[in-house]
Design a protein around this ligand. Structure first.
Ligand code: GLV
Ligand code: MN
Ligand code: MN
Length: 419
């Protein structure tokens, strides 16, 4: 067997894919050429390791290291021609990114999973459970708006017909984009049988805050993910001429949007540790000398208490509606996705803690597929120190030694779960 891969080297292999010269960092939306290239990169590494690679109806890649018949104890195989994949341990993450994101959010978990397999094999670990590496599509929701779309689909948390009709910035539906990328959109939807075969999912991820940097530790276990949701706000007014239209005659949706942004800041600030963000605004038609006819903006609100999230959004909605009335505009607020507070499986975490007794337990404000899947299967997470504490920006980073420490931590946890 060749030497185990170094996850830092694996990440270096993809550092040009989806590099965004304009924004800096990486832009790798689901089903873009960059994301498809990353998927192929992963598949070729998985195949080179003799893993059995398949893509399910939801576009999730699964790369299987099966238990050999000789190593299987007790369980009856489902058929000679089909490996028994019940009781599987799964690890992995995602390869899509936000616009102008870093090279670690997602790919670190995928590269670490490949490197961890190599370590387990070098050590001669004999599997008692099958191991799968999984790559989830559209974790960021950057293209179609719904965060963790792949895990939501497989878990049955979002309706397939709703997903097929979602549109991207260019107005193309999920169904069209998926078809163009070689996927069958009629195949998306819940897969309870596959999930029933999974005993545990462990996702390794770069930390998206300064918890580990402040504690001077390389690796942590996840405690909880705070509740978060996304809403689309559509404000319509009346387009007109910037010079020829008197101020009293205007129905300007940008003025209303300004109130949405202002009131989100104000209502978030008064709730301890709440987070509210408007990171995307689209003004139509978007001319310096044109009064806009419409504004689309998206709000992201997070807090440990999901009722607090909903309260903030309803206050912001009310403030926006008042502003729209005053301006003679209309407003429609639509929920795109909502993720309740997640506490990761305590039994799995205790087991991980026994393997990694020095690792602190940290909560996070960032969403993850492991958080969505926590609803239906035992899940846990490992975080790797990010010295800048920044994420969703090119400033996101992880030191080479910490990346290696993360791989060793993941391999140790997997070994415990697999044997
Ligand atoms: C994903 O990283 C999110 O928390 O939005
Ligand atoms: Mn991520
Ligand atoms: Mn992210």
């Amino acid at each position: 067997m060749s030497a185990p891969a170094n996850a830092n080297d694996l990440l270096a292999e993809i550092e040009r894919i989806g590099a965004d010269a304009e924004r800096g960092g990486y832009t790798r939306p689901v089903f873009s050429s960059a994301e498809l290239e990353l998927r192929s990169w992963f598949e070729s590494h998985a195949s080179a390791r003799g893993l059995d690679v398949e893509t399910d109806g939801n576009g999730i890649i699964w790369a299987w290291w099966d238990v050999s018949d000789a190593d299987r104890r007790g369980a009856e195989a489902p058929g000679a021609d089909r490996p028994d994949r019940r009781g599987a341990i799964v690890t992995g993450s995602h390869l899509d990114s936000v616009p102008g994101g870093g090279n670690f959010d997602g790919p670190l978990g995928v590269a670490s999973a490949l490197a961890a397999i190599d370590l387990l094999r070098e050590k001669g670990v004999v599997l008692r459970h099958p191991l799968a590496l999984a790559v989830f599509p559209e974790e960021e929701g950057s293209r179609f708006g719904v965060a963790c779309l792949g895990s939501r689909l497989i878990a049955g948390i979002v309706a397939p017909e709703t997903v097929r009709a979602l549109t991207d910035e260019g107005g193309r539906t999920f169904a069209d984009v998926a078809t163009g990328a070689g996927f069958d959109p009629s195949a998306i939807g819940p897969d309870t049988e596959r999930l029933a075969g999974i005993a545990a999912f462990v996702e390794l991820h770069v930390e998206q805050g300064r918890g580990l940097a402040d504690l001077d530790q390389p690796v942590a276990l996840a405690g909880a993910i705070i509740a978060h949701g996304r809403w689309h706000v559509r404000i319509e007014g009346r387009g007109d001429h910037a010079g020829a239209t008197r101020m009293a005659d205007r129905h300007d949706p940008v003025v209303v949007a300004a109130e949405t942004v202002r009131s989100l800041r104000a209502h978030t600030l008064v709730v301890d540790d709440a987070r509210g963000t408007v990171g995307r605004i689209k003004v139509t038609p978007g001319g310096t000398n044109v009064i806009a006819s419409a504004v689309d903006l998206w709000i992201d609100v997070r807090h440990r208490d999901e009722d607090a999230v909903r309260r903030i959004v309803s206050e912001v909605t009310a403030a926006t509606e008042r502003a729209a009335d005053a301006e003679g505009c209309t407003v429609v607020v639509t929920e795109q996705s909502f993720s309740p507070t997640v506490s990761f499986d305590p039994a799995l975490r205790s087991r991980m803690q026994a393997v990694l007794p020095d690792a602190p337990v940290l909560d996070t404000g960032a969403g993850h597929d492991a958080g969505v899947l926590a609803d239906v299967i035992p899940t846990g997470m490992l975080f790797v120190r990010n010295p800048t504490g920044s994420s969703h920006t090119p400033a996101e980073t992880a030191g080479p030694e910490d990346v290696t420490a993360g791989v060793h931590a993941l391999a140790a946890v997997l070994e415990n779960l697999l044997t």
